[in-house]
Design a binder for this molecule. Sequence first.
Ligand SMILES: Nc1ncnc2c1ncn2[C@@H]1O[C@H](COP(=O)(O)OP(=O)(O)O)[C@@H](O)[C@H]1O
Ligand SMILES: [Mg+2]
Length: 516
Amino acid sequence: MKTIITFFRLLKTAFILARHDALIPAEYARNVPMFMRFVGWFSRLFAVRDRAKNPGERFARALETLGPAYIKVGQILATRSDMLDPEFTRGLSRLKDQVPAFSRDKAVELIEKEFGKPWKELFTTFSEPKAAASVAQVHKAALLDGSVVAVKILRPNIHTDMAKDMDVLRMAASLGEFFVPASRRLGPKLFVKTAARAVMLELDLRLEAAAASELSEAAEDTGLFRVPNIHWDFSSKNVLVLDWVDGTAFSSDELLTGPKIERPALAIKVIQSFLTCAFDYGVFHADMHEGNLIVDADGELVLIDFGILGRLSEAEQRFHAEILYGFLKRDYQRIAEIHFEAGYVPANHTVEDFASALRAVGEPIFGKTSDQVSMAKVLLQLFEITEIFDMQMQPQLIMLQKTMMQAEGVARRLDPAFDMWEASRPVVEASLRRELGAEGRIADFMTDLRRAQKTLRAMPDAADNVAALAKAWAAGEVDLSKPANNTKPRAVSKGVVWAAIVAVTTLAGVWAVGQL
Ligand SMILES: Nc1ncnc2c1ncn2[C@@H]1O[C@H](COP(=O)(O)OP(=O)(O)O)[C@@H](O)[C@H]1O
Ligand SMILES: [Mg+2]
């Protein structure tokens, strides 16, 4: 029964996409099998609502209509220019995460239900909504002890709504893998699974509170940024209470005009706090867009919104620091070796070829400030290289690069002459010095012994497989006469597929007649 209901929801989704010519956008029709091309052509009969030229933008508009789960998935897709058409992801990145707020009364009702007492016993004041996004909204309030706080509340019914939408996306991914074999390379089912997990994590605000407290350790140690204090006693799965931050939001125009704001210094803080967290603490704020950054009255950088946290294992921290360092030193051979050591590049390529591809990216930008170089373009070039060299992109690596791009964009807006390399150099050097310095050297012998093993363990499965395969290959243990076990056909029940075809055609017919 649930499958049927999900299926009908999927149909509705398909129709809304079709209305925006985003089901199989005309621009991509020739990349799909004949049958899908027909579906695309047919769906365009209904495409009346959206004439945007960019297919990503049309897709974004459709997702906004479809609701929170789709918006979240769209945001994740927008960061994947490594596997999707960059033109498409550019359009998709215009996706708006703003939805109408629910009322203050409703918010108060939710709070009272959550804590089992009248709101007056928790707060002295409680404002109208200050900001509303797809999963939560924020109110300003005062606690009985006088602290001024931000109260973040999840939307009512968000858990069930998300679960339903995720079922639909799972079904769509299965059907997609079945009908469009080319899509399998992108692993839509795995993508939906990972996205669903990321989204579900955002739906428990206790995890956000924990993330905030984890980052606050790095903040205190380094003094580069600040994290508002969390009020754990007033926080639960659906409600998060943290100190209200007074200051200038990075998204406001005042950021660029305010007389007291030291913009170049602030730009450096943005980059350095991100890199320090990533390379020295292995944990970083992975959503550093302007809505989540504030500069307070003392000129301190304050981070808010800890829904997405990036993590790097020890091996990955060192790996990424070495890569950046390699670029700073223009030591492309070393960067290439690191990639091979970590098993990121399959062993059928040579270190030298890879090094010269990296040189092609690195040399033109060396010594230029970031107003002359677009980091986004550099990353795109790097992604192209990953494709040529059959590299499996690691989700953490993508997240790190995406956040670096975000942070660089923010820094550059603050200071048009901002120099990304100069700002990152001290952090990267310090991080490597610590690894290789006095204590580092003593530990190095043991580390080197353990390193290969540790790196392998730290990499997620894909790289693991590549590295293991490379090793086995070198040892002559690979038997090509046996099929690899990851090529087994994807399981989608034939019944569902046929039901899908019949139902789509029937409903489309009914719809078409209704339109006449
Ligand atoms: N502690 C805070 N102090 C001041 N404003 C805040 C605070 N927390 C959130 N806000 C405001 O609410 C907005 C949304 O909060 P945020 O935590 O970023 O939620 P979302 O996950 O929905 O983006 C922020 O962009 C900011 O304007
Ligand atoms: Mg936010």
